[in-house]
Design a protein around this ligand. Structure first.
Ligand code: FES
Length: 286
């Protein structure tokens, strides 16, 4: 974790109320992994200085740049949109635990609901770099909220569902999953909690439905890896990136907890934001 001065390089609105900003921050661009986030000090018109968490949307060590993707939902994010190239702000990161991809996984299924794409976008780049095939399923309310395909690498198969049927398949993004679950070696998701819970239910019943297609004998097969360990997460079919309001973002305030299956609260900022689906008590109503 480092505290870095990040200089704004480019700011652009990509969708209604959604922005992508690019910052020169070599300390953060190097060594960050998909799934991690930065805690950004923002200002607002009242003079309050607060930090906001943002997923690392992309990171390019060669140019030393990172991007964040956000929706304007309050004074802090509105303040960000008024920054101009050359302005600097301080960012703490990279924070949290990343996605864990099994080295043998060739086919990755990524499922994004709305702004959840921000939590998965960097995994697209990492997977393509490592020679994996990627299908990205994206769900939105209508065509006006659909993430532009021009912002994705050509190698990605991009499939869209909209609830009003104005683009892609009519319905929810979870409706698209059954067509790909036999193809996928692993799945990764970010989006609203009900979407993640629905995906967790699908993943839990997958072995029975498919008569199971696994990757074969796992390294260290037979040995139980501790729940929540990187090794256990790598063996999980579904990993989810959780979105919670955060205070400290470093594990101290307990303002971001979700309930784990063991009955132990899980801090999204420390044990997460990425979890294996089976670590979470989805019906817990946190
Ligand atoms: S935000 Fe404080 S413990 Fe997670």
């Amino acid at each position: 974790m480092r505290l870095a001065a990040a200089e704004l390089v480019e700011s652009r609105q990509i969708l209604p109320a959604q922005w992508i900003q690019s910052f020169h921050a070599p300390e953060l661009a190097t060594g960050s992994r998909a799934g991690q986030f930065v805690h950004v000090r923002t200002g607002d018109c009242t003079g309050l200085v607060l930090r906001r968490p943002f997923s690392l949307n992309t990171a390019d060590p060669a140019s030393g740049t990172i991007t964040i993707h956000f929706r304007t939902i309050g004074r802090g994010t509105a303040w960000l949109t008024r920054l101009r190239p050359g302005d600097t702000l301080d960012m703490l990161g990279p924070l949290g635990r990343p996605f864990e991809v099994d080295p043998r996984s060739r086919h990755l299924l990524l499922v994004a609901g709305g702004l959840g794409i921000a939590g998965l976008r960097m995994l697209v780049d990492e997977a393509i770099r490592d020679g994996r095939q990627v299908v990205l399923l994206f769900g939105a309310a209508s065509a006006r909220d659909v993430y532009p395909s021009s912002l994705l690498p050509d190698e990605v198969e991009y499939v869209v569902a909209t609830e009003d049927g104005s683009l892609g398949q009519a319905g929810r993004v979870t409706d698209l999953v059954p067509a790909y679950e036999a193809w996928a070696d692993q799945a990764f998701a970010c989006g609203p909690q009900p979407m993640l819970a629905a995906l967790a239910r699908l993943a839990a019943g997958r072995r029975e439905r498919l008569g199971v297609a696994t990757l074969g004998r796992k390294r260290g097969g037979g040995k139980q890896d501790p729940l929540g360990s990187p090794a256990a997460r790598r063996k999980s079919f579904l990993q989810v990136s959780m979105e919670q309001n955060m205070g400290c973002a470093v594990g101290a305030c307990l303002g971001c907890v979700v309930m784990g299956v063991s009955g132990q609260p899980q801090r999204v900022c420390r044990e997460g934001p990425v979890f294996a689906a089976e670590e979470i008590a989805w019906e817990g109503g946190w």
